[in-house]
Design a protein around this ligand. Structure first.
Ligand SMILES: *[C@@H]1O[C@H](CO)[C@@H](O)[C@H](O)[C@H]1NC(C)=O
Ligand SMILES: *[C@@H]1O[C@H](CO)[C@@H](O)[C@H](O)[C@H]1NC(C)=O
Ligand SMILES: *[C@@H]1O[C@H](CO)[C@@H](O)[C@H](O)[C@H]1NC(C)=O
Length: 955
């Protein structure tokens, strides 16, 4: 029934009831005493005054969410901002989202009144109607609808993270369906402009996952509005203040956050959580049944039966009743098979559909369980590409999950969980899923059309058709480092001034041709999510290795620092014209077409790299790699170093001389280490995990080794001494700096320097300081001068983290202090990092290009996540992509062009230099990739050759 029909029906019914009442009055006056049963029924048809509102309410209960009347005929967006000019985007490659994401048109786009009015061809009548049309020539660039992030905590966990803006989780109970994320949307979150700059136009803002039912979620458009209020940023809210009252609109979708598994609110188990669900849904069901019975009587006109009763409803439970009425999209954070099984039973017991399982790290292992959820359509799976193993529930994650789910016809959504993954880089989650085998059309849809449809908002977003939002890209969105040059929300360009379109190579204007991972995906299923990751290993002495069709050979230059390409680019070379490379005893002995003599031996093994490359093994620093298996499971980690500033270090630990050595706690063969190894990272440098000032001594170890006693497993037992400086820790910053000064320049009455600080002062090992704030970096620069002035020796100082280091680029270069930018692409997670330099399209320069242009020795840390470095070991595998991204950032900032050789040094030799690891030219590990190199989405690692270990590992 349409709303008009409903209104007519209600009017007719009211009229009937009024007539009945009139008749009864007449009859009643004739038969003064009415005793018969027959009459008592008639007499009960007295109509209460609130009848029409009750009947309207009952009719409302049956209304289902759908676009409002006249929606498709509208000429102006309900979010239109007066003064918005019509916009004509010319000559674009339009990915429309239609035809399962397969439709690509070449042509124009016309926006007017805050909505798209023409896609592909723009009629003359549209253009001639206006005088003030703004024109954007896309020069053939990719244009897509805006990205939709279906799992974000933007604004409820605002950045920079301050105590006063952490509103994501309530700890007031286990089941809180009456809470609304809307009540906590902080419009001052720095994240808005960052997410927007990555092409994200719409986000579902969910409460956190501490509770079994955390509350209602709201969909937000990320552009700043004139009203500056959270309400004005909402997209199709189910209720809103309309100028006179709060209008509830039952035809708009609502959203409810659930979280499976043991709750963080109190010490509960999965059993407690599931019972809490059942209890809550039972309560909601009782109310729903009571409402339905009440309405059945009211609609039958039996008002006497209802005489003493009011309409059954409870404010606390109305949203959950709406779930049972099929008007709420149920979003549930659920990880493991047991959790899906529980929730699927719940949905069938109480008969409500599930919109999406979020995180869902094991969904790919149990597609049939997912399909058993109540109602016809399988729920969507909203997940990460590689972020995993941070807790037990995420241990069996597979990077092949998206493609396996696609094979099972389950809708795939990639999401950020912002700020867990910065939603600015949500497109990169889709690009990674594509690298591991998700189809191009499904990968694009996974962050655009699929979430729009699952949110019930595909009439507004997710597709290029009348009424949606637009991103103009500098390259194909699934290519590495794809960056928006303009983002348009409600017809309003958000990037100002519009970023000049940079020239990216033609190869970046189409989706990358990704490697074949069929065998790996099959193994993930065959081994229940834990496929063996150890390489096949053989000794070097077994013979000669010949790599054929090698497009590039990057190695360390004789200086041991720079990386050079032995096969400079020769455009247009046919793959078969690529040279051969001969490797003997782990070293390259011949590159070129004339390596014939080397190939004559019988024990020669030939490997065709199909236009691939040889390159130095990458070196990781900035995570707990090698000190943990699962960050949040203490029994699988080395633990946290003692804090000499907060508590007395026991005498048995050395008292004031206490310095933990990472080498003592190293674990080999962790899954994150082996996955990083499979992605070209061959050496890890790790400092002891610490949450306070003193870190301890880092060690360098080989990721391919099985245990510490193997040849070459421990690459260097001690690399550097580590301390951390940050605001907001237990000791004051001035105390920490004072202690550091005391350790480097001890006053006489406190005795001499400790053994390791003596080595630091003598310049024998570097001092690495984890620090982000520019104020603290400036303090360190002064401290370095002070120490050097007193001792007459040069301190080797490296700063890591370094989010605000760009503000002191010249001073750092002058003081000869190197920087490890970690994460490689900064974000204002906290106050110490509020002044980052985000790079295009927000700023022409980025932290990376600024530091490089001042000739600061620079290394990159894994992108990871905000939290303690421990969480980020999963991200080490992506170091190759982070280094590749650096070349793109530099490309956008044209004068500081960074070639691939330099990108390799950012992720290998520079890190060695900055961390005090000594690896001479010719001794570095070599990584062989087929189909492309490490710095792109085309190459796949096939072998690692290590002269140091005397091994050739193949995958
Ligand atoms: C569209 O842009 C491309 C790339 O700049 C150019 O080669 C082509 O001629 C343009 N087409 C039109 C119709 O302007
Ligand atoms: C606003 O909402 C109130 C409460 O539902 C309703 O009575 C009123 O008619 C609405 N006003 C407008 C202008 O829609
Ligand atoms: C950085 O080094 C290059 C090459 O040695 C030099 O031309 C340039 O002037 C240096 N830049 C700065 C800011 O020192």
């Amino acid at each position: 029934m349409t709303s008009a029909e409903a209104r007519r029906a209600t009017r007719a019914q009211t009229l009937r009831l009024l007539l009945a009442a009139l008749v009864l009055c007449v009859v009643g006056s004739v038969f003064l005493s009415y005793t018969s049963i027959t009459f008592s029924v008639s007499v009960s048809r007295r109509v209460p005054r609130h009848a029409s509102s009750v009947l309207a309410k009952c009719a409302d209960l049956r209304r289902k969410p759908r676009p409002s009347e006249g929606f498709y005929e509208r000429e102006q967006s309900d979010r239109f901002q007066p003064g918005t000019r019509p916009l004509h985007i010319r000559n674009a490659t339009l990915w429309t989202g239609r035809v399962r994401g397969m439709e690509v048109l070449t042509g124009d786009l016309f926006l007017e009144g805050g909505i798209i009015r023409a896609v592909g061809h723009v009629g003359k009548h549209l253009l001639s109607k206006h005088r003030d049309v703004e024109t954007l020539d896309a020069h053939g660039a990719w244009v897509t609808p805006g990205i939709v992030d279906m799992h974000s905590h933007l604004a409820v966990e605002a950045s920079p993270s301050l105590v006063g803006a952490q509103d994501g989780n309530s700890f007031q109970g286990l089941v809180l369906p009456w809470l609304r994320s809307l009540d906590a949307l902080n419009t001052h979150d720095d994240g808005f402009r960052h997410s927007l700059s990555g092409g994200v136009t719409t986000s579902l803002i969910l409460p956190g996952s501490a509770d079994a039912i955390g509350g209602q979620a709201f969909t937000m458009k990320l552009r700043p509005t004139d009203a500056r209020s959270p309400s004005s940023m909402l997209l199709e809210p189910p209720f809103l203040y309309n100028g006179t009252g709060i209008k509830y609109e039952p035809t708009r979708w609502r959203h409810m956050k659930h979280a499976c598994g043991a709750s963080r609110v109190y010490d509960g188990t999965r059993m407690d959580t599931t019972w809490a669900y059942r209890q809550a849904y039972n309560k909601a069901r009782e109310i729903k049944v009571a409402q339905d019975e009440y309405c059945a009587l009211a609609e039958a006109g039996d008002w006497r039966a209802l005489a003493e009763k009011s309409f059954p409803e409870e404010l606390q439970w109305e949203a959950l009743v709406d779930v049972l009425r099929g008007r709420v999209k149920v979003h549930t954070h659920c990880y493991e098979a047991v959790d899906f099984d529980d929730f699927v039973r719940l949905s069938n017991e109480f008969e409500f559909p599930v919109a999406a399982f979020h995180h869902a790290h094991e969904a790919y292992l149990v597609p049939e369980v997912i399909k058993n959820a109540y109602a016809e359509h399988p729920p969507a799976i909203a997940m990460f590409a590689a972020f995993s193993r941070y807790k037990r529930e995420a241990y069996r994650h597979s990077e092949f999950a998206p493609r396996i789910l696609e094979d099972n016809d389950i809708p795939v959504i990639m999401k950020s969980d912002h700020p867990a993954i910065m939603s600015r880089f949500l497109i990169n989650e889709a690009a990674q899923a594509h690298y591991y085998g998700l189809s191009e059309n499904i990968a694009l849809a996974s962050v655009i059309s699929t979430p729009a449809a699952v949110l019930g908002l595909d009439h507004r977003i997710g597709f290029l058709r009348e009424g949606t939002h637009v991103v103009v890209w500098d390259s194909h969105p699934l290519s590495l480092g794809a960056t928006p040059t303009q983002v348009i929300i409600d017809g309003i360009p958000q990037i100002s001034p519009a970023y000049t379109l940079p020239e990216k190579p033609a190869s970046h204007q189409r989706a990358p041709v990704t490697p074949d991972f069929d065998a790996e995906a099959a193994a993930a299923l065959a081994f229940d999510g834990l496929p063996p990751l150890q390489p096949r290993s053989s000794g070097l002495s077994e013979g000669i290795l010949v790599f054929r069709n090698v497009a590039h050979v990057w190695v360390k230059a004789p200086d041991g620092r720079n990386i050079v390409d032995l096969v400079p680019d020769r455009e247009g070379l046919h793959p078969l014209q690529h040279p051969d490379v001969v490797v003997e005893r782990g070293k390259i002995v011949c590159v070129g077409a004339n390596c014939g003599p080397h190939r004559a031996r019988r024990d020669t093994v030939e490997v065709d790299l199909h236009g691939g490359a040889l390159q130095p093994g990458l070196v990781s620093f900035g995570s707990n790699l090698g000190l943990q298996e699962i960050a949040m499971e203490v029994s699988t980690t080395d633990g946290v170093a003692l804090d000499p500033l907060a508590a007395d270090v026991p005498a048995i630990a050395g008292g004031a001389a206490y310095v933990p050595h990472a080498a003592d706690g190293l674990m080999f063969g962790t899954r994150d280490a082996l996955l990083a190894y499979r992605h070209g990272v061959t050496v890890g440098i790790t400092a002891p995990s610490h949450t306070s000032f003193l870190g301890g001594l880092s060690a360098a170890f080989s990721l391919g080794s099985a245990h510490k006693l193997e040849e070459g497993a421990l690459v260097q037992e001690v690399t550097a001494l580590h301390v951390s400086l940050a605001h907001g820790t237990k000791a004051s910053v001035s105390t920490e700096v004072g202690v550091l000064r005391q350790l480097l320049l001890p006053l006489e009455e406190f005795g001499k320097r400790g053994f390791w600080f003596e080595k630091v002062v003598n310049g024998e090992i570097p001092l690495v300081v984890d620090v982000d704030s520019a104020d603290l970096i400036a303090t360190l620069i002064r401290l370095k001068m002070e120490v050097e002035a007193q001792t007459g020796r040069t301190l080797r100082l490296t700063i890591a983290g370094a989010a605000e280091a760009h503000l002191l680029a010249a001073e750092l270069a002058e003081a000869n202090i190197g920087v490890i930018l970690s994460p490689a692409r900064s974000y204002p997670f906290d106050w110490d990092r509020r002044r980052i330099l985000p790079g295009p399209p927000l700023t022409p320069e980025s932290a990376l290009t600024k530091l490089l242009s001042h000739n600061v020795t620079l290394g990159l840390g894994p992108q990871g996540v905000n939290a303690a470095s421990g969480i980020s070991t999963w991200a080490v595998r992506n170091l190759r992509f982070d280094a590749a991204w650096a070349t793109h950032i530099a490309l956008l900032d044209a004068p500081h062009f960074l070639d691939k050789a330099s990108a390799f040094s950012l992720a290998s030799s520079n890190i060695e230099t900055l961390l005090g690891l000594d690896v001479r030219a010719g001794e570095e590990d070599l990584v062989a990739t087929s189909g492309g190199d490490l710095l792109g989405f085309e190459g796949k690692v096939v072998a690692v050759i290590s002269a140091r270990r005397g091994t050739v590992d193949t995958f």
